[in-house]
Design a protein around this ligand. Structure first.
Ligand SMILES: [Zn+2]
Ligand SMILES: [Zn+2]
Length: 130
């Protein structure tokens, strides 16, 4: 474990974790800020953002760049993502690369892959309109 950087448990951090735990929507830093601010009105965006960055450094949180902003995932088990370009939802699916033999001499810290496309729900909606 790295020294010095580890943040103590704080009420702010607890609220952030409470919001993220079990949350499958892959919220952005701003989404998380808005939700936590309802519980702790005095919290600043910088505090939320710094906590998120530290948790990413500690491998307690995954960071996904959706092309516009960073999104966060409390589920750090290896899994892949499908990003819908219509509704912006991120869907989890099992890791497509299970065979890491090409990386056998490497140490994997995190596994983040995403596929861009249009999700089932959006495709259905588009068909209904036509
Ligand atoms: Zn969609
Ligand atoms: Zn995910």
């Amino acid at each position: 474990m790295k020294n010095g950087k580890k943040l103590k448990r704080t009420p702010q951090r607890d609220e952030i974790i409470k919001f993220l735990n079990g949350n499958k929507s892959h919220p952005s830093a701003y989404d998380i800020y808005k939700a936590v601010k309802k519980k702790i009105p005095s919290i600043s965006f910088a505090t939320v953002y710094n906590n998120l960055k530290i948790m990413v450094d500690e491998n307690k949180l995954l960071e996904i760049n959706d092309g516009e902003k960073l999104r966060f995932d409390f589920d750090t088990n290896p899994h892949d993502h499908f990003l819908c370009v219509r509704c912006n939802n991120i869907y989890d699916f099992p890791p497509s690369v299970k065979d890491f033999k090409y990386l056998k001499n490497f140490k994997i810290i995190s596994h983040i892959t995403y596929i861009k496309g249009i999700c089932e729900n959006c495709l259905k909606k588009e068909k209904e309109v036509k």
